[in-house]
Design a protein around this ligand. Structure first.
Ligand SMILES: Cc1cc2nc3c(=O)[nH]c(=O)nc-3n(C[C@H](O)[C@H](O)[C@H](O)COP(=O)(O)O)c2cc1C
Ligand code: SF4
Ligand code: SF4
Ligand code: SF4
Length: 646
């Protein structure tokens, strides 16, 4: 028993735990900075430089560690400070200046923990608000994201110390069949979009009597606005690798690869480092943890076409051919890459596998709904107060996710709709916010789970323009193989574009409906089959908005440029304030005879800059639709008036 995978692992864990305990009990402050792509985009690397400089200037010794993403996009850059004598504290929006203040006030003097930047303590404490009491944590159930943002993704020991690779050791002892049975019993449904049960797919591949098999982690993630997979790869890569290894064990594969789009350079770098470290500790590679099971793992960088996320197109692109979906059957699980049984699973699906093996299928099925057990990760973006990544149990309502967990719509505006399921997901009105988030309920509502993108929209969003935007995206990403997808989506896009310009008729709405249905029927892969979803759902729930565009040449949301105009309310405009003049790119704003401002409609290009420039205390710039509603204010430019007087 001493040479068992668990015994091998125990030795690694003892060393890793000692290393992590040393960091947790350090006698000097430890500063953890969120350095996933989102943190870096918000300036996390400058924050680190700011800390370093301030620490040197104040003669303070401290340890700085880079961690991944906690999911609170609205608060980046995020920093956790573990100052001896205090609980670990999470700070938000820490730039160079704030880093300096924290070093001087908290680390040097120890007197002021800078409550103004504090989000909360990571542990219960009488003196600090606890992060776990905030709605974001209270309502979330972090299974896959449990360690994201809290451990160093570039140090395998961090993952080992929090229980990492124990599921793999267990799987190696109990055998691949046992792993397969547990995943089947858990009814783990694929998180990449279709929700196909992972266990059933693995069983098909396992039963094929071919020696060489392959497992692939699909990290292509092409949906605009979605970044769950990238975050997992960057924040906890070993969890994905452990899931991948368990999948390989279950199907009997000796080779695995991670297909990651080349636009995710940090994810590629972190995963490659993780593979090297895991191999070095014999967690991957030959005879893993002293067992008979070997697995070679590598990374393939996809060139970033949305359609290459589709599994048969992905296989084509791996083979060096153009990424075009292929008819199924044969399914890749039977005959995939180079004709070998190939299992493709999403990053989130594989990330869930270790926790199921560790805790058992019944633990997993107790979360979520009977038909969709477990949790779902959403990237909640758009007009929401607290955008970011959120992991909730399946079965909660959309309203709970948007309002309770993410703080509702920002700036006191009202929620108009949510677009769920990525570019070819559905657009649901506020009246359907009671819809449950699970594979089946969303499908019934006309939307879909997709891979977890959720865009929140307020009353300023035009649904016709939204449908045009997403149709334009999918049309551009169509591989061109099917006529309906290639030309049908283009025709849809053209009609929608005309409507946003006020050109169209009731007949066009009929065409949109019929053509959409034909595209669904006539397309080979789900790109074409789901591309009309934004059109169909907006037509169904926001038909009146479509009609206003062609019948009244009016955009109710006042968004479509051709159908709006700007003017300045002379009552509200402040005499002598020139803020709008300076921002106008076309010099369309002139001073009137009473020294107020007005807009020359001939020159105005409707960029909307003046709306934002006008100070909120005046709020004098009006956006209206249709343009014919501009009131005749009888204004003349001051210069003309002066000329006339002369
Ligand atoms: C156009 C298109 C793009 C897709 N993109 C992805 C993707 O980026 N990541 C992903 O995991 N699945 C994507 N899928 C779904 C995959 O084809 C496949 O179903 C999935 O990777 C299987 O993994 P799962 O069962 O774990 O969800 C896409 C499908 C289509 C039709
Ligand atoms: S539906 Fe579209 S993306 Fe899919 S194979 Fe046909 S043309 Fe290509
Ligand atoms: S909308 Fe743009 S172009 Fe028109 S007046 Fe305002 S700033 Fe100028
Ligand atoms: S910014 Fe607003 S208040 Fe100032 S001049 Fe322009 S319209 Fe008037």
């Amino acid at each position: 028993m001493n040479n068992s995978p668990r015994a091998f692992l125990a030795e690694l864990v003892t060393a890793a735990a000692a290393k992590l305990a040393e960091l947790k009990n350090a006698s000097v402050p430890v500063i953890y900075v969120g350095c996933a792509t989102c943190g870096r985009a918000a300036g996390a690397m400058d924050t680190i430089a700011g800390f370093n400089e301030a620490l040197v200037a104040n003669g303070i010794e401290a340890i700085i560690r880079k961690v991944g993403c906690l999911g609170h996009c609205y608060a980046e850059p995020l920093v956790i400070i573990q100052n001896p004598g205090f609980p670990p504290l999470l700070y938000q929006k820490i730039g160079v200046g704030e880093a300096g203040i924290l070093v001087r006030s908290f680390l040097k003097d120890g007197s002021d923990p800078c409550y103004e930047y504090l989000l909360g303590a990571l542990e219960a404490d009488d003196n600090f608000p606890t992060l776990m009491d905030y709605p974001r944590y209270l309502f979330e159930n972090r299974v896959i994201m449990e360690h994201c943002g809290l451990i160093d993704p570039e140090d395998v020991d961090h993952y080992l110390a929090v229980g990492g690779y124990s599921a793999l050791a267990q799987g190696l002892e109990e055998g691949g069949v046992r792993v397969l049975e547990e995943i089947k019993a858990a009814n783990l449904r694929g998180r990449g979009g279709a929700g196909f049960p992972a266990g059933r797919k693995w069983e098909i591949a396992r039963n094929v009597k071919v020696f060489e098999k392959l497992v692939i982690c699909n990290g292509d993630e092409g949906d605009p606005g979605a970044y769950m997979d990238r975050t997992l790869l960057e924040s906890n890569p070993h969890q994905v690798l452990e899931g991948l290894a368990l999948a390989a064990l279950a199907v009997g594969a000796g080779r695995a690869l991670l297909y990651i789009r080349t636009e995710y350079p940090l994810a590629v770098e972190i995963v490659e480092r993780a593979i090297a470290q895991a191999r070095q500790k014999n967690l991957l590679g030959s005879k893993i943890l002293g067992s008979d099971f070997s697995l070679e793992v590598s990374v393939f960088q996809g060139s970033g076409a949305f359609v290459c996320g589709e599994e048969t197109a992905l296989i084509e692109s791996l083979a060096g051919r153009r990424g075009m979906p292929q008819p199924r059957p044969p399914y890749p699980a039977v005959s995939g890459f180079q004709g070998k049984p190939t299992i493709i699973n999403n990053v989130k699906t594989l990330s869930t596998v270790p926790s199921i093996i560790r805790n058992g299928a019944s633990w997993f099925t107790a979360i979520g709904t009977p038909g969709s057990p477990g949790t779902a990760i959403f990237s909640v973006v758009g007009e929401v107060e607290y955008p970011g990544l959120v992991e909730v149990p399946m079965g909660v309502t959309l309203e709970h996710l948007v309002v309770d967990v993410c703080g509702g719509v920002k700036n006191g505006k009202t929620l108009k709709a949510v677009q769920i399921g990525g570019p070819s997901g559905g657009c649901l009105p506020a009246s359907l916010l009671q819809t449950k988030i699970d594979f089946d309920s969303l499908k019934e509502s006309g939307a879909m789970m997709g891979s977890g993108g959720l865009v929140v929209m307020n009353e300023d969003t035009c649904m016709v323009e939204l449908a045009r935007y997403f149709t334009d995206f999918t049309q551009g990403e169509s591989c061109g193989k099917c006529t309906f997808c290639r030309l049908g989506t283009r025709h849809l896009r053209d009609i929608l574009e005309d409507l946003t310009k006020g050109v169209g008729s009731a007949e066009d709405l009929q065409t949109l409906q019929e053509l959409s249905e034909m595209i669904v029927k006539g397309s080979l892969c789900s790109l074409g089959k789901t591309a009309p979803n934004p059109v169909l759902t907006t037509l169904r729930f926001f038909r009146g908005e479509y009609e206003a565009h062609f019948a009244e040449r009016r955009c109710p949301a006042r968004m479509c440029r051709s159908l709006i105009a700007f003017y300045i309310d002379l009552e509200a405009c402040a005499r002598g304030c020139d803020a709008c003049v300076a921002c106008c790119p076309t010099e369309a704003i002139f001073t009137t005879s009473n020294r107020k401002k007005a807009i020359d409609q001939e020159k105005c290009v409707k960029c909307g800059e003046c709306v934002y420039a006008c100070p909120p205390e005046y709020d004098a710039v009006r956006r209206i639709s249709p343009p014919s509603l501009i009131p005749d204010q009888g204004v003349k430019p001051l210069i003309e008036e002066e000329k006339e007087e002369k």
